[in-house]
Ligand binder design. Structure first.
Ligand code: DPX
Ligand code: MG
Length: 569
């Protein structure tokens, strides 16, 4: 550990807290309201500054870093920076990730002197950014005096860590270097809240009662399971084994239950489920939902909403038909329940009758035109226990969900927020924290165009990320939901772009594949390029999309098109 500064400033205090909660990299875009703060953060030897190309990418890189590290920080300037960074902050909120958004702000004297300032709306009220941040974070604080900084910084960070949501800290340009007290023990910020013993006991009893007399229990896992931390994922495997029942997983929770486990029955995604997950979920007479999120997307336009009474366990509470228990930590609850359940493998026996036979995967000849199926076949062969697979909004969601994850492989998807372009900066942020992983991104042409600049940071940090860019010449998912000329985009020379990002010293490689053999050769180049990203543009026909996308698109479009309900109707 480095020696602590004897005199603390607000900036030092924040830096110390960020380092103490396990942040090793902070993502920044400089601006005159945050420059002194950036100096202070830079001075902390346990933090590495990571510059981003713009604040949207900066916030999404921090979102990806939070997936790998559990918490992240994004530092931007007032308004012009923060309003762009709000997008990644919204993602962190929807995806349950504690991202600490830090914004520089005007000198504390300016508001009372009614000065008009740059990077503002041109009025003398500067409170709007804090008010906007309040809507998209679990705690938003603005420091107006240095002596309040320790209390406000600690409060915001603790709230974010406990709620698994983003927080916002605003620091005026003339306060980052102002003196404040030194930090107290970090446990005051990081110590978890434990379950209320009585509530925990009562919830476990209620669960046993919910299951009693039920013949066909099924466990359904959602994306909030991993976000809960708390050993919840491991506890769930033990509970599943004690129950012996079928375990289905929502698409955004793919990988949160081992896919090679004999009780894994597939991804439950309504009519576009894998295996026979939808049949077994709909056959169940008791559904133990853990961390589930039911949205129009995850229920395929509300067509797959389970219609039996549910048990729903969330990070810090459990709800049953007719009962609710607060302050029950999900990990503790699942462990407690494991000691009470009886073994009943009825749903596994039935699943083994229902499950489809393995399909024969066709391997294309080297000269065959590249297809979506062949791309998937080749990506499947790349996956191993070290892989982190990012799947972008678009057909990549459906193609990615179909892949079989080897044990240990990580799967990242941003299904709740669904921001096209997320995968490039998020994979960059993730790979910085986990350089040992083999990060692969499946991204469409339209999405890539939104945040392409962040590939240049992958080059700068020599990260060997493989980008499989599926070029189907437009916004195909939108074509399937509702087509129009707006779904066509300008084509780029994606492979050549890598040379532009290299500048004079980069190691990125850009390749394009139009045949199966070209893709195979490009994949080999990617695996040998350990010093920078490799982008492989895979050209396919614009109508070559998955069956699942077309089906899902149909039902989501129908849900979008419901006519307005009149009062009383
Ligand atoms: C939009 C989407 O090329 O993928 O496989 O061709 O669909 P596919 P692409 O990356 O195109 C993505 C496109 C335009 N969604 O089909 S999913 C609307 C949208 C969004 N996020 C933002 N703007 C618009 N999801 C930031
Ligand atoms: Mg496309």
């Amino acid at each position: 550990m480095s020696p602590l500064p004897t005199k603390y400033t607000v900036g030092d205090y924040l830096a110390e807290r960020l380092a103490q909660i396990g942040i090793r990299h902070h993502f920044v875009v400089p601006g005159d309201y945050n420059l002194v703060l950036l100096d202070k953060l830079q001075a902390n030897p346990n933090l590495t500054e990571v510059g981003c190309a713009n604040e949207l990418n900066c916030s999404l890189a921090a979102e990806g870093y939070a997936r790998a590290n559990g918490v992240s920080a994004c530092v931007v300037t007032f308004s012009v920076g923060a309003l762009s960074a709000f997008n990644g902050t919204g993602s962190a909120y929807a995806e349950n990730l504690p991202l600490i958004l830090i914004s520089g702000s005007p000198n504390t004297n300016d508001a009372s002197q009614f000065h008009l300032l740059h990077h503002t709306l041109g009025t003398t009220d500067y409170s709007y950014q804090l008010e906007m941040a309040e809507k998209i974070t679990c705690c938003a604080v603005a420091i107006t005096r240095a002596h309040e900084a320790p209390r406000l910084i600690d409060r915001a960070i603790r709230r974010a860590l406990l709620a698994r949501k983003p927080c916002y800290i605003e620091i005026p340009t003339n306060l980052s270097g102002a003196e404040c007290v030194h930090p107290g023990p970090i446990s005051a910020v990081t110590d978890p809240v434990t379950s209320d013993k009585a509530a925990l006991e009562a919830a476990a009893n209620c669960a046993a009662e919910y299951l009693s007399g039920k013949l066909k229990p099924v466990i359904l896992i959602g994306p909030k399971l991993r976000r809960a931390g708390d050993g919840a994922e491991e506890a769930l495997v033990k509970l599943a084994e004690a129950m012996g029942c079928a375990v289905a997983v929502q698409p955004a929770a793919k990988g949160m239950f081992p896919e090679d486990h004999k009780q894994f029955v597939g991804i439950f995604w309504g009519t576009v489920s894998t295996g026979a997950a939808d049949s077994i979920v709909h056959w169940a007479d008791a559904l133990l939902c853990v961390g589930t999120v039911f949205t129009d997307y995850s229920t395929v336009g509300w067509t797959a909403m389970p219609d039996i009474p549910l048990m729903e366990a969330e990070m810090d509470h459990v709800t049953f038909p007719g009962a609710h228990f607060s302050r029950v930590r999900v990990g503790e609850f699942l462990s407690h329940l494991t000691t009470q359940v009886t073994y009943n493998s009825t749903t596994m026996i039935e699943y083994n009758r229902l499950k489809p036979d393995p399909v024969l995967v066709h391997t294309a000849a080297p000269d065959d035109e590249l297809t979506r199926k062949e791309i998937s076949r080749q990506i499947q062969a790349l996956l191993d226990s070290k892989t982190a697979l990012f799947v972008e909004t678009g057909d990549s969601w459906f193609n990615g969900v179909q892949l079989k994850l080897p044990p240990g492989a990580q799967f990242e998807i941003e299904m709740a927020w669904g921001h096209i372009g997320w995968s490039i900066p998020a994979a960059f942020g993730y790979a910085l924290r986990h350089p040992d992983r083999k990060t692969i991104v499946m991204v469409g042409d339209g999405s890539f165009q939104v945040t392409a600049q962040e590939v240049s940071q992958m080059v700068r940090f020599n990260l060997p990320i493989t980008i499989i860019l599926i070029n189907n010449r437009g916004y195909t998912i939108e074509v399937e939901i509702h087509d129009g000329s707006y779904n066509k985009i300008k084509n780029w020379n994606y492979a050549l772009l890598m040379h532009a990002f290299n500048g004079e010293d980069g190691n990125a490689k850009g390749l394009s594949a139009k045949t199966a053999g070209e893709l195979q050769a490009a994949v080999k180049v990617a695996s040998e390029n350990t010093q920078g990203p490799t982008l492989i543009e895979c050209s396919i026909d614009q109508d070559d999309c998955s069956r699942e996308l077309i089906t899902w698109g149909h039902f989501v479009a129908a849900a979008n098109a419901r006519p307005p309900r009149l009062p009383g109707a």
